[in-house]
Design a protein around this ligand. Structure first.
Ligand SMILES: Nc1ncnc2c1ncn2[C@@H]1O[C@H](COP(=O)(O)OP(=O)(O)OP(=O)(O)O)[C@@H](O)[C@H]1O
Ligand SMILES: C[C@H](N)[C@H](N)CCCCCC(=O)O
Ligand SMILES: [Mg+2]
Length: 208
């Protein structure tokens, strides 16, 4: 079993939290959002709690929580704080851990550091969440190139959205990555509907 994995994405709002909730639920994992920017909806940990049904103690506290829904470096500055990479060590948990990034890979944590460099230091494999909608081929291949350039292992791509077979094929073939599955648009999105969609479209063995 992969003891830890990072859920990253091609952009903000692509479905990382939804995929992370499905993964954490299926793997009976702990979930950690190290840096939360934007607190209007309670943050991603609260969303994962609702969508996974994991017990509260499996939702690990964020290292940083900022009110502003912005890039971490900017949200921190707005509160007069500089994010310290030394505070961003992986939590020591028993069993699997699902870590969710903030936005895409090249998101600044400070004016000098990027989220992807923090990921590289953790040495955990990555699940890349990618939309299926137009524009995703470019975002996905750029993300894969950036991960490869830092020798970050890619477990595979989790697609989110309507079925667009050639787009998925193009990303998988040209990016040289594994397709983990695709979550369709789920309505209503609940713990039960998410678990069912995940079970139908992903194979848990691919994540181990
Ligand atoms: N498969 C899906 N079916 C229905 N709604 C979805 C699905 N995936 C994502 N959404 C919705 O799309 C929105 C964005 O998804 P989500 O919050 O998971 O993005 P994110 O990549 O985690 O964003 P952030 O960068 O803010 O962490 C949310 O309202 C979420 O409920
Ligand atoms: C606020 C948002 N939901 C995310 N948590 C942070 C997204 C940062 C994106 C920065 C950027 O790429 O421009
Ligand atoms: Mg999220």
């Amino acid at each position: 079993m992969t003891q830890g994995l990072i859920v990253t994405g091609t952009d903000t709002g692509v479905g990382k939290t939804v995929v992370a909730a499905a993964l954490a639920g299926a793997l009976d994992a702990a979930y950690w959002k190290p840096i939360q920017c934007g607190l209007e909806n309670g943050g991603d940990s609260a969303e994962v709690r609702t969508l996974s049904g994991l017990p509260a103690e499996r939702l690990l506290p964020e290292a940083y929580r900022f009110a502003m829904a912005a890039s971490p470096h900017r949200a921190a500055e707005a509160e007069g704080i500089e994010i310290s990479l030394a505070d961003l060590t992986l939590p020591d948990v028993r069993g699997p851990l699902v870590v969710e990034g903030a936005g895409g890979l090249m998101v600044p944590l400070t004016r000098q550091s990027l989220l992807i460099d923090l990921f590289a230091s953790w040495r955990l494999p990555v699940v890349l969440v990618a939309r299926t909608a137009l524009g995703t081929i470019n975002h996905s291949l750029l993300s894969i190139e950036a991960l490869n350039g830092r020798n970050i292992p890619i477990l595979g791509v989790a697609f989110v959205g309507d079925e667009v077979p050639d787009t998925e094929r193009t990303i998988v073939e040209m990016g040289g990555v594994r397709r983990l599955g695709r979550l369709p648009h789920i309505a209503p999105l609940t713990r039960a509907s998410l678990a069912a969609a995940f079970a139908e479209n992903f194979r848990i063995e691919d994540l181990r």
